[in-house]
Write a protein that binds this ligand. Structure first.
Ligand SMILES: *Cc1c(COP(=O)(O)O)cnc(C)c1O
Length: 400
């Protein structure tokens, strides 16, 4: 038995089985390539689920973390720490929002954002019940509150009733949203580009319409940019592409580029909802995690990550369009920047396995959709390499 096989067997023995994992143990990364324990090399078009934007082994990033380890890893939020302040300032200045609360994950960023909207409504009328409007096919995380606004029965199965109140409307259907507004509605939450739900970008009129409804009703608009934010769609924040601002924005995934960290970011109106004692976290915003965030913002600037997305994203789009033209089993192609999806007429699991055999890491978003969320430093040559292996895999699966 190979050493890798032995590890996987032990993994099944000791790690709670909430995932059906691919049969490899990843050991290291280098640029946009990953290596398993046997030294096999893979081109990475998943980035640890849209996380590792900078590519692996960015020296400046690694050094920043090593330096922080030698100073202090953790302080708690009872005191100030320098990296958190630096990181928060960078988020505020780049987003035009007002305040930042750091969390340990995207789910927690969503939890916090929901609490802000709930509290905002509570301050106006403590006696009134509350309800969120969320979108069908959304994904916001696995905690009970985030699940409550996740519009996919599969994630809620076995965990109902969920504690927070939500009703679901169709994404990109403004009339449907309007029909679900009641005097209990305290907030509307949506992804700017739906990720897990299958890579569906919002329409301009939809986001603007949500903004108008929220202004008119004086309720909060929450954008979940956990996956689509941080440059992935071709602007630092996805909503910048639309010129529509949220009251609260949730970030995570590429925010720390591998260090577990998220944030919810509030505008002036929303910032006042929470006061000392209303929300907290032991780890959130610790100096190690926020040193990563701070360095990520610097490197995004220095390396012109957004510029690269705008160079390589359209090229990826063109190449995937060509593939769609060629194969009738590909029924749709959607997305923006380096967040794109190819929808097939049937399940894509076998294509992904074949690609992995041939040294390409891909992931799905729903059963029939291959999702392309590579590190944001990929080049056109990497796209060509990916397309070549993908096409081989389609042929190996006998797809026309
Ligand atoms: C991944 C994701 C989350 C949850 O983030 P975690 O870090 O896994 O808790 C929330 N919203 C969206 C849109 C996501 O893609």
């Amino acid at each position: 038995m190979s050493n890798m096989q032995e590890y996987m067997t032990r993994g099944e023995e000791y790690i709670l089985k909430t995932y059906n994992r691919y049969q490899i143990v990843l050991e290291k990364g280098e640029g946009v390539y990953l290596y398993d324990m046997n030294g096999k090399k893979y081109l990475d078009f998943a980035a640890g689920i849209a996380v590792f934007a900078l590519g692996y082994q960015n020296q400046e990033y690694n050094d920043a973390l090593k330096n922080q380890i030698d100073k202090i890893l953790h302080t708690s939020n009872l005191y100030y720490n320098q990296p958190a302040i630096d990181a928060a300032e960078k988020i505020v200045k780049t987003s035009g929002m007002e305040k930042v609360f750091f969390t340990n994950s995207g789910t927690e960023a969503i939890e916090g954002a929901l609490k802000v909207a709930r509290k905002y409504a509570y301050l106006k009328d403590p006696s009134r019940d509350y309800e969120f409007i969320a979108m069908n096919h959304s994904f916001h995380g696995r905690s009970q509150g985030a699940l409550a606004v996740t519009g996919n029965a599969h994630y809620q199965d076995g965990f109902v009733p969920v504690p927070m109140r939500a009703v679901f409307a169709d994404f990109n259907d403004l009339e449907d949203v309007k029909s679900k507004i009641t005097d209990k509605t305290c907030g509307i939450i949506c992804e700017v580009v739906q990720g897990e739900g299958g890579i569906y970008p919002a329409k301009q009129e939809f986001l603007q319409g949500l903004r108008d409804i929220c202004d008119e009703k004086d309720i909060l608009l929450i954008f979940d940019e956990v996956q689509c934010g941080m440059g992935r769609c071709g602007s630092l924040y996805a909503h910048d592409l639309y010129g529509v601002k949220p009251d609260v924005m949730a970030l995570a995934k590429a925010l720390g580029c591998g260090v577990p960290v998220g944030a919810f970011v509030t505008n002036e109106k929303a910032s006042h909802a929470l006061v000392p004692g209303d929300h907290g976290t032991t780890y959130g915003g610790n100096p190690f995690a926020t040193a990563a965030v701070s360095k990520v913002y610097d490197l995004f600037d220095e390396m012109d990550i957004v510029g690269n997305v705008n160079k390589v994203g359209p090229y990826l789009y063109e190449k995937l369009e060509e593939l769609k033209e060629k194969y009738t089993s590909i029924v749709d192609h959607r997305g923006v920047g380096l967040m794109q999806g190819l929808e097939f007429e049937g399940p894509v699991a076998d294509i992904i396995l074949k690609a992995m055999d041939s040294g390409l890491i891909l992931i799905s978003a729903g059963a029939n959709i291959i999702r392309f969320v590579p590190p944001l430093v990929i080049t056109k040559e990497h796209v060509d390499e990916m397309i070549q292996i993908l096409e081989q895999s389609l042929q190996a699966c006998n797809l026309q």
